[in-house]
Design a protein around this ligand. Structure first.
Ligand code: DP6
Length: 403
């Protein structure tokens, strides 16, 4: 932590990524520690397109811990947030007791924190905002309190999927066996540089808040779905092994097939939940048809879909297939905006669509079915922002601007 004078807060700003699970986490065996009933695996998305930015300020002049999310002051007493804060302070204390020679309060232990966080994408639109949010919170707090080492177990206590956003590239969350959750941590399988041709397209179907949050949805699933029990015990362990192998070998057809089957099984467990949970809508179904018919037309698996607890589709494909597939999406979901507004993120070249391809897809176009596409790729884990002008809090520790 940088040295600070008596009145000036110590400020640290970091960014953290969103991740999309290709083997899904759904169900907890411990609600407080957030321990899952199965392991999961995700791809960390590039922060150039999707990220959370968080500034933490520590000062002895602050009266209380405070939090601002996307421009609005929120309750700092949220139990999961308190878990993360408590764990970071505990590690900072341990570090000091273990012989850190810095001045007593340079670890800021008796001081209050101000936290300010913003997303550059819609919150709660099914875009894993809690994963990026808690990963960023934990990474930034750790920097501010001078804590190092394994931190995914702390991010996990904010939101299960957040532990995977603590690493870049391809990441597994090992479910662990211990009751205290110490072995339930995220690990990088391969870095983002491992598979440079892999592309990810987020098809934003709806920017509205989801009806049933993941936390309560998975609780009901654990209580009522026998399919979920079978999935966790018999299906996922094998799939984890196969998925890690597909990633390591950069075997796109194997990766794609496992991804789609796992997304489908997750949504099947939602339907098997009683009362049932529906996250997919008619546009999501159209996209699934589109993907399967596209792959069938070429006689190979070129594109895969995955859906989380919301109707947005996440498409995985290889760079060479992006222009044609995006054109196809644009054809079957004609937007009311121009192409530049429709496609955000990494540039996508125009492509001509063979007439036979359009015919063989054979779907009725759904105007405005997709709001916009975010084109991205795998990216790195949390980062410290060195430029002080990027701090979200002023030198007084208050939000610089309300967004
Ligand atoms: C469908 O991590 O949001 O996105 O641990 O209760 O905060 P909590 O749930 P959360 O669940 C994510 C569920 C999912 C699948 C996944 O990301 O693995």
């Amino acid at each position: 932590m940088p040295e600070d004078s008596v009145d000036t807060p110590c400020l640290v700003t970091c960014t953290a990524p969103v991740n999309i699970a290709v083997i899904k986490y759904w169900g907890k065996r411990d609600e407080d520690l957030i321990l899952p009933i199965n392991s999961s695996l995700s791809v960390t998305l590039h922060q150039d397109q999707l990220k959370t930015t968080t500034t933490v300020a520590i000062s002895r002049t602050f009266q209380a811990d405070r939090l601002w999310l996307n421009g609005k002051e929120e309750d700092i007493n949220h139990p999961r947030l308190q878990s993360c804060l408590r764990e970071i302070r505990r590690l900072a204390r341990k570090r000091r007791n273990d012989g850190d020679t810095r001045p007593t309060d340079s670890a800021g232990l008796s001081q209050k924190v101000h936290i300010c966080s913003v997303n550059n994408f819609p919150t709660a639109a099914g875009l894993a905002s809690s994963a990026a949010g808690f990963a960023c919170l934990v990474h930034t707090l750790a920097q501010a309190f001078g804590v190092e080492g394994e931190l995914s177990g702390i991010a996990r206590q904010g939101s299960g999927s957040a532990c995977r956003s603590m690493c870049g590239g391809f990441v597994q969350w090992i479910m662990g066996k211990q009751e205290d959750g110490k072995d339930s941590v995220a690990q990088q399988v391969e870095p983002e540089s491992h598979w440079p041709e892999l592309r990810i397209l987020v098809l934003v179907a709806s920017a509205e808040r989801k009806l049933i949050g993941s936390t309560s949805g998975m609780q009901t699933s654990v209580q009522t779905s026998s399919l979920l029990k079978h999935r966790a015990e018999a299906v996922v362990p094998r799939r984890m092994v196969d998925m890690i192998q597909a990633v390591r070998r950069r075997d796109f057809p194997a990766f794609a097939e496992l991804t789609m089957k796992d997304s489908n099984q997750f949504h099947a467990t939602c339907l098997d939940t009683y009362p049932p949970i529906f996250y997919l809508n008619s546009v999501s179904q159209q996209i699934m048809h589109l993907v399967h018919r596209y792959n069938k037309y070429y006689g190979e698996t070129r594109v895969a879909y995955s859906f989380d607890a919301g109707p947005n589709a996440v498409i995985f494909t290889l760079q060479q297939f992006v222009p044609e597939f995006v054109q196809l999406v644009q054809h079957f979901f004609p937007p009311d905006r121009n192409r530049d507004d429709f496609i955000k993120g990494l540039p996508v070249k125009c492509a001509a669509l063979p007439v036979e391809l359009k015919q063989s897809i054979g779907l009725e176009p759904v105007p405005k079915g997709i709001n916009y596409i975010i084109s991205t790729k795998a990216g790195p884990g949390p980062r410290v922002v060195e430029d002080p002008s990027q701090h979200l809090l002023s030198a007084e520790g208050l939000p610089k601007k309300m967004v």
